[in-house]
Design a protein around this ligand. Sequence first.
Ligand code: EZ4
Ligand code: CO
Length: 403
Amino acid sequence: MKIVDARVVLTSPGRNFVTLRVETDEGVTGLGDATLNGRELAVVGYLRDHVVPLLLGTDPHRIEDTWQSLYRGAYWRRGPVTMAAIAAVDVALWDIKAKVAGLPLYQLLGGASRERVRTYGHASGRDLPELFDSIRARLAEGYPAIRVQTGVPGLERVYGVHHLSAGHGVTPDGARPVVEDWDTGAYLRSLPGVFDAVRQEFGPELVLLHDAHHRLTPIQAARLGKDLEPYDLFWLEDCTPAENQDGLRLVRRHTTTPLAIGEVFNTVFDYQTLVGEQLIDYVRSAVTHFGGVSPLRKLFDFAAQHQIKSAIHGPEDISPVGMAAAIHLDLAIHNFGIQEYAGHTALTHEVFPHAYTFTDGYLHPGEAPGLGIELDEELASAHPYEPAYLPINRLQDGTIHDW
Ligand code: EZ4
Ligand code: CO
């Protein structure tokens, strides 16, 4: 079997997605997600100009060899652009192999370790009444766990809060990031009270999470973790910009609030200290940004040795192709923790028809051979790429702050 064609499809059915389609001489095709939010065109160029020419004529069954060739052969290792591109190839080849086998991908990964995949959804509000309404809406949709984000007193625009965030939208002046506000002191003072109110309203059993979005120093994160202990969070996410892995030692010494990190990481080397010293409880990397199913499976096996579980990143900017790959892994691995699931627009589901299902807060990859996902290229081409950036945030004196 040989790869005879591969092409990159860029579409924006509500937001931008980068998809690789690999075609073989036997007519079997595979799909992979390479979406890198706000830097999509860099991955398109990397794939189209530097990866596709290397794939032509090769055997699609040699997934590991292809992965190692793209990773080692480039000389320039790691980085989000490279690893998103390699991820798309890896996933497309797994899709092809599983289709040839006539099996859903999870069967090739060892078969199901559970019947369904637990998810968490997002709730947010400018104030407590709006937050409570949002939590009730997620509960009505069946979500068994909920990430809670709120406004911060004194700040006008805050990321992750539906009515306050500038979101990921196209800006009128031609794709410049919208500026949001940040004040760490105000945030640290207000958040424990928010969780106190949520516990009083919804009781002790509701599974609650929170994303600090890399905004704290280790000592600030340590304080927040301690302050949140009475509210029994499932996890505190991205408490620091964790490329400084050593800083997590300090956080860990001070709090028993479980920690989740890794949505911006792209190789196992970002996790060596965090996992090796058991400084976190959940690894957050996505198939799409970590080089694919092959390396993420290895990360989960490494994490399992340290009693750390999976928590694959699942925002709207992971395409349904990346989501499908995640759900197959979630079903197969033993040390599954939880799957983030933000869902997609109705049009996105039309552009990417899929076998996976979301029922009562739980996902299942379905039984279609391969990933169980298709791409309607005609519909995709009717919704072309639109320049868009994630917002940035600045302190009140104008200093740019960590994400
Ligand atoms: O900001 O996916 O946990 N989820 C998140 C997301 C990320 C976006 C970045 O592209 O933090 O909302
Ligand atoms: Co996050």
